[in-house]
Each structure stands twice: as structure tokens, then as C-alpha cells.
Design a binder for this molecule. Structure first.
Ligand code: ZN
Length: 240
């Protein structure tokens, strides 16, 4: 069986600067996510972080990544445009891209979304979140219940200024009254993109089996299909 090569990218700044975050993720969010994925026989996991040379995303790493997970928040602006362009090109060529939580404002996600701002409402008040799974036949829904409830999370609210998703898999409700499109699928070029909302750094979200099941399903959904390369431009008739 050929394994899906997954790179978990994290800016890894909150964990080093904020004691409350370090308590939840002592080795960083990327390590926690990686450790939750390592038991899966069909996945090959490695991590990369912002402060490594080339942000850990060298040409070799990108070329051998089937699905890239991205967690960023306070340092989006420090990600070099050169790397962002390479990441986006790999997505157009077929690499899967999963933007986690505040990754909605990351440079690669923004670039792949186009002209929309990606802005949203937010509030750190520990509201309860209920993620309703609204497409139970979608591959990302495999093995999941009708909804996932998180007792305490950061709130995000609509309007979420994104292009209409090609497929919307989750809608969140928050105890403060907001709703939010929390699981959004896009196709860009040959690549698939999934935005998944939960994962604020002060809550132990990525240790949850149900949340990680969504991420595992999304990785398997987003892996490259390796279809034919598209042909563009003037095209002569196919003679029999
Ligand atoms: Zn957050």
C-alpha cells in the first residue's frame, strides 16, 4: 500500500511565548496533531515549522508531500511569499491543503481563495460549539456522529468572507448565537482544499478523537488523484 505523505505545518509561536498555550501543547500543536495521526497505517507523517530554514518547506519536502496541514495565527505575515507561491503551485498541481482554525487568514489559503478577505467575527469567551455534519454522504463524514460538541471553544461568526465552498460539510452553532461555515471544501486546479474551523490554541481540541477523525478523513479525501494533466490552448481535432 502506498502511504499518503502528510506534512503538518505549524507556525509554533504561541506555544513558545504563552504559558497557557504551552501547558496544552508543550511540544507544539504540530507535534500533538502528528502524534494523533501516527497510528494510521496508511499515513506517513512529518512536521515543519515557521522558524526552520524555508519554513521547513523546502522543494524536496513540498515535492514529497501529498497533503499539507496548516496551522498559523500570529505570524501569517512572516511566511515568505516565495514559499507561499510554491505551496499554492503544488496545490494547483494536485497536493491536498488543509487549513486549520486561524489558517483561514494564512497567506496560502488567502491566495487560493482569490479576492475574498477571509474576514470573520470572533470572540474568546469559551462558548460551546456544536458542529453539525450536514453532508453525511461526504467522504469527510465517514464514521462520525450527526454533530460534534465542544464544550469550550473560541467563537467564529458569519459572515465568513470566503468564496462559496464547492461543498460545505459542517456548519457550527455557538452558544452565543452565531453560526459559521466550519468545514469547507474547494477544488483549485488539480488540488483539493479543506478548511476546518476548530483548534484555538488554548483549548485541547487536537487531542479529541472525533476532531482528529475529521482531519484523517479530510487527508484521505484531499490526497492527489494523479489524473491526466490538462491540455490548454489551441487544440486540433483527434483523428480516428
Ligand atoms: Zn483562535
Amino acid at each position: 500500500m502506498e502511504k499518503i505523505r502528510v506534512t503538518v505545518w505549524n507556525e509554533y509561536r504561541h506555544e513558545k511565548r504563552d504559558e497557557a498555550v504551552a501547558k496544552v501543547y508543550p511540544d507544539g500543536i504540530h507535534s500533538a496533531i502528528a502524534s494523533m495521526l501516527r497510528d494510521e497505517a496508511d499515513l506517513e507523517i512529518r512536521t515543519a515549522t515557521l522558524d526552520e530554514p524555508e519554513h521547513g518547506l523546502t522543494d524536496e519536502v513540498l515535492a514529497s508531500t501529498d497533503v499539507l496541514l496548516w496551522w498559523g495565527h500570529m505570524a501569517h505575515g512572516e511566511v515568505s511569499d516565495e514559499i507561499v507561491n510554491k505551496v499554492c503551485q503544488r496545490v494547483l498541481d494536485g497536493m491536498g491543503f488543509i487549513a486549520l482554525h486561524s489558517g483561514h487568514a494564512s497567506k496560502p489559503f488567502s491566495k487560493l481563495m482569490g479576492t475574498n478577505s477571509g474576514e470573520l467575527k470572533w470572540r474568546e469567551s469559551g462558548d460551546t460549539e456544536r458542529l453539525w455534519l450536514i453532508e453525511p454522504g461526504h467522504p469527510i463524514a465517514a464514521g462520525l456522529p450527526e454533530y460534534i460538541e465542544i464544550e469550550n471553544e473560541e467563537t467564529y461568526g458569519e459572515r465568513f468572507d470566503i468564496p462559496a465552498p464547492d461543498e460545505l460539510v459542517f456548519i457550527s452553532w455557538f452558544s452565543g448565537g452565531e453560526v459559521f461555515r466550519s468545514g469547507c471544501c474547494y477544488n483549485r486546479g488539480l488540488g483539493k482544499i479543506f478548511y476546518f474551523r476548530p483548534g484555538h490554541e488554548t483549548y485541547p481540541i487536537y487531542y479529541r478523537k472525533d476532531i482528529m477523525q475529521v482531519i484523517k478523513n479530510a487527508i484521505r479525501w484531499a490526497k492527489p488523484v494523479c489524473g491526466p494533466k490538462p491540455t490548454f490552448g489551441q487544440y486540433l481535432p483527434n483523428k480516428q
